[in-house]
Write a protein that binds this ligand. Sequence first.
Ligand code: OGA
Ligand code: MN
Length: 200
Amino acid sequence: MEAVQLPASWSVDQILDDLDQHGFSIIDNAYDLTYVEQLIAECTDNLARFRDAAIQNGVVSNIRSDHILWLTEDLKISNQHVQTLHALGQELNRAFFLGIKDVEAHFAYYNAGEFYALHRDNPQGKNGRMISAVYYLHDQWQDDWGGELHLQDKNDQWHTLQPKPNRIAIFQSDLLHEVVKAKHQRLSITAWLRSDASLI
Ligand code: OGA
Ligand code: MN
């Protein structure tokens, strides 16, 4: 496959520095608006295919109430984002020797009242998830709509991050975080940069 470049607007030095100092980094205005529109369309056209994230192998958990759709290869637009994250993974490998080999991702929507309680994506290093990257793709978000990403950084400081459209929140997968109850429909792509082969 042809090597994918990171968008020119992304400051790799800043991302590496933030991750090194704080364990997380924020990219705003991540993509050009033509691509953003295509991404929103691909997500909203497929909403009927999403399933309850709380149900896994028939077991229901009460930690989350969002709905997800794993990104399979037929979802061409969102796969370009996944390719971009592969390129980011290579930069992270060069800087931090994380051994990232794969990226897995799903769309998610939270309807009003839905949430994801405090958790780590990779508790005690039990899986290959090294870095989480959450891209927000609703077309607007207001500060009083809830739905914030509440994240404890690597120095134990808490941050309240707004799910602003066209923003990517990148963080170490072992950090504690939650999605506060949203008051409006909240759309995202959650991706994990993994040091082992993806399960999807
Ligand atoms: C997750 C998650 C954060 C967000 O999907 O594991 O923590 O802001 N998402 O959507
Ligand atoms: Mn998470």
